[in-house]
Ligand binder design. Sequence first.
Ligand code: DGP
Length: 215
Amino acid sequence: MAENDNNIKRGALVVLEGLDRSGKSSQSVKLVSFLENTGCAAELWRFPDRETCVGKMISSYLANQSQLDDHTIHLLFSANRWEKRSLMEDKLKAGITLIVDRYSYSGVAFSSAKGLDFEWCKAPESGLLNPDLVLYLDVPPEKAAERGGYGGERYERLDFQKKVGEKYESLRDSTWKIVDASLPMEEVHKQVKEYVMECVLSCANGKPLTQLWLQ
Ligand code: DGP
């Protein structure tokens, strides 16, 4: 599949970000089945990956079953992405598109919303794979809080989610695609799949794989 390191024909790394209950997980599932139906190899990934040893520690923390220092849990979330980095690279190079529900941007937004230094939060993410597309599902925190199941985990508090939203704004750049996630699910899906198809085609034609936040 590789032509050379700078211009490889490969799968796309697509990341969905947004507040808790913004609809990322539902849209990720719909996207993967849409891509599969069009004959495009795709897999659904999510971070944190709660199946690994590190992921189990994160899961216990999120369920308020364990307490950890804010810096420590930040580094665990990052380690959880690092432990999957080489597998992600192999899949992309094998032509598989990865639809990833949360990535490094969640890491920085959630931890800096707790008061940790923004640049410190970015540092351990540097060198992970750079997404080809970041889709931000934009929903007012009040509306997200009305959605089913809210409040079950550590970070699902309205005041905190408002801060997370502000941090996401600081992280956004002009390449992010912002989707109004207050719209009906099918309307959101329509917009999301248009962005994704364009991205998938450009990666299939050959695009360098780059690293996140390297100077
Ligand atoms: P989810 O499985 O997508 O519902 O995510 C679980 C919670 O963890 C959610 O409130 C967002 C938060 N989260 C996800 N990734 C990170 C991260 O890297 N760092 C921190 N501090 N929180 C994260």
